[in-house]
Design a protein around this ligand. Structure first.
Ligand code: NAP
Length: 319
């Protein structure tokens, strides 16, 4: 059998997540009132349930109060807004997020507008999304932040300076959701990369490869297992796989995979983040980082949007 050549490095996020959690624990311990995260789940989505449990566990581990809130699937818009208003005046809660997917009867944009901006740790309120787009973020949403924390660390580990590592490089983001793809593109621009946003229509037009083969850095956030294979990459590219997909393991069970076909991509890429264990653990840690940041601000200090000084350019952009 032909032995395939692996040239790329598989990037794990676990070490970075641990470092971030250590920093969060330390900052949380210095707070007078403390930080608290509320995760509001409406209905019973299994993935949202797992996420809520994970955040709850991590928060407690690092000394952050955790409030998993569950509302029935038929909760009215008024009830959801009422709960968010209640959390807004709760001194124990510094950050909150509404877990998705929302039940179909709830208007997502209006629900996100009801999150108080100072506690909107996923930056989904239009005010926070706008501040991010303007380069002056109040919070950097966790998954795009985690993607760039991983990229920044890889740049540093390979001897590059964060002042210049992204200058003029081609950074292609596949996926343009408000919570991942769009903010990732904004963070790339803030680092002086040349950014291209691809989406479903790019693929449907048969033009995805045209863009991805130019990418020095490729961030994939779609939700389609195996969408990106090695032949879609530029040799030496750095690939961040954000996708999380549950697929059959062929033995009657299931396993988690990303959007990137790791095996074929490692034959071409310089580095590819793994799923699981890549962006995911850093994302969880970043949410807690934002909750501590919110608490610091509520206590009248702490304007640092970055973590560990590692999300360099975006914090420069924040001024
Ligand atoms: P989403 O809201 O469903 O957005 C998916 C995006 O992918 C859309 O912009 C869509 O394009 C685009 N797309 C769909 N099919 C495509 C195709 N064949 N080719 C190119 N683009 C395509 O999803 P999301 O919330 O951004 O999440 C994306 C993935 O990341 C999911 O697997 C999710 O589970 C995962 N995720 C992971 C983390 C983490 O911590 N690692 C956090 C959040 C999400 P259109 O806009 O044209 O429809």
């Amino acid at each position: 059998m032909h032995a395939r050549e692996i040239s790329g490095v598989a990037l794990s996020g676990r070490r970075y997540a641990e470092e971030l959690l250590d920093a969060v624990r330390e900052r949380a311990s210095r707070l007078a009132v403390g930080a608290g995260i509320a995760t509001v789940m409406i209905g019973e989505d299994p993935a949202a349930k797992l996420y809520q449990r994970r955040i709850n566990e991590h928060a407690r581990e690092v000394g952050i109060a955790s409030r998993p809130v569950r509302l029935p699937a038929d909760a009215s818009f008024g009830e959801v807004v009422g709960k968010l208003a209640e959390l807004n005046v709760d001194p124990e809660i510094s950050g909150m997020l509404v877990l998705r997917p929302l039940p179909a009867h709830l208007p997502e944009a209006r629900v996100l507008r009801a999150i108080p901006p100072e506690k909107d740790v996923e930056a989904q309120h239009p005010e926070n999304a706008g501040l991010l787009a303007l380069g002056t973020p109040r919070f950097i949403p966790s998954t795009p932040a985690a993607s760039f924390l991983m990229l920044d660390r890889y740049m540093l580990d390979t001897g590059r300076s964060l002042e210049t590592a992204y200058d003029g490089i081609d950074l292609v983001v596949v996926g343009r959701s408000n919570n991942v793809g769009k903010p990732a593109a904004i963070l790339g621009l803030a680092r002086n990369a040349t950014v291209v946003s691809c989406h479903k229509h790019t693929t449907d037009a048969g033009r995805l490869r045209e863009h991805t083969t130019l990418a020095d850095v490729l961030v994939v956030a779609v939700g389609a297992p195996g969408l990106v294979t090695g032949d879609l990459l530029r040799p030496g590219a750095i690939v961040i796989d954000v996708g999380i997909n549950v697929v059959s393991d062929g033995e009657g069970g299931t396993r988690l995979v990303g959007d990137v076909d790791l095996e074929s991509c490692l034959e071409v890429a310089g580095a590819v983040s793994t799923v699981p264990g890549g962006v995911g653990p850093i994302t969880d840690a970043w949410l807690l980082h934002n909750s501590v940041l919110a608490a610091e601000r509520l206590e009248g200090h702490g304007a640092d949007t970055s973590a560990l000084g590692l999300v360099g350019a975006s914090s420069r952009a924040a001024g």
